[in-house]
Design a protein around this ligand. Structure first.
Ligand code: AP5
Ligand code: MG
Length: 190
């Protein structure tokens, strides 16, 4: 079973490449950003709590995310495999994910990181903001907050997977198809 953590800063292409990966490998896409936005749209208590953080470009508290992912994995144990997109984003979440997987007799195959420069990320997100309707895509200060949160809290998560010999990085700049090709090579080598 393939269980992939797709890693990278805001705008790196995690969602874009996940769509192509699920099509090719038949995996289940678990995007915590998408799950949170669905809660927000449905105006659930969880959504209202998360909104305060998301609209400032800050990370939502770990316990909220961990509970959400635990439910989703337990409900889909018989999937062909998972792509985790946007999770784990802290070392606490990474430790929790290992436990969630073990509780379901599963394990993470590897983390694959998309490497993209800050300038390119900002351009991509501002461009998407014209049509995405995402409150956190709308201005440069907010995008910078998201990148800052990534640098301080999320980037160190790579060390967790490096320590397990499960970390792989690829160049996230280029055409969507050429990046996908490199991504598939990394997936096939897991
Ligand atoms: P989340 O939804 O995960 O957003 P993000 O990490 O900021 O990333 P994005 O979805 O913006 O980018 P992406 O890497 O998916 O890129 P995409 O493919 O869309 O999280 C949102 C918020 O939710 C967080 O800020 C936080 O508050 C909260 N949250 C979520 N998970 C959490 C967690 N685990 N813990 C705590 N809080 C959490 O591509 C971006 C754009 O670029 C698109 O327009 C795309 O068309 C374009 N593009 C893609 N590839 C290319 C390419 N190769 N060349 C040119 N353009 C490209
Ligand atoms: Mg995304």
């Amino acid at each position: 079973m393939l269980n992939i953590v797709l890693f990278g800063p805001p705008g790196a292409g995690k969602g874009t490449q996940s769509e192509k990966l699920i099509e090719k490998y038949g995996l289940l896409h678990l995007s915590t950003g998408d799950l949170l936005r669905a809660e927000l749209k449905a105006e659930t208590p969880l959504g209202q709590e998360a909104k305060k953080y998301m609209n400032e470009g800050k990370l939502v508290p770990d316990d909220v995310l961990i509970g959400m992912v635990a439910n989703k994995v337990a409900d889909n144990k018989d999937a062909k495999g998972f792509i985790f997109d946007g999770f784990p984003r802290t070392t606490v979440q990474a430790e929790a994910l290992d436990k969630i997987m073990a509780d379901n007799e599963l394990s993470i195959s590897g983390m694959i990181a998309l490497e993209v420069t800050e300038e390119e990320l900002t351009q991509r997100i501002l461009e998407r903001g014209k049509t995405s309707g995402r409150a956190d895509d709308q201005n440069e200060d907010l995008i910078r907050n998201r990148i800052q949160e990534y640098e301080t809290k999320t980037a160190p998560v790579s060390n967790f997977y490096k320590a397990q010999d499960k970390y792989f990085a690829i160049d996230g700049i280029g055409t969507i198809d050429s990046i996908f090709e490199e991504l598939c090579k990394a997936v096939d080598a897991l």
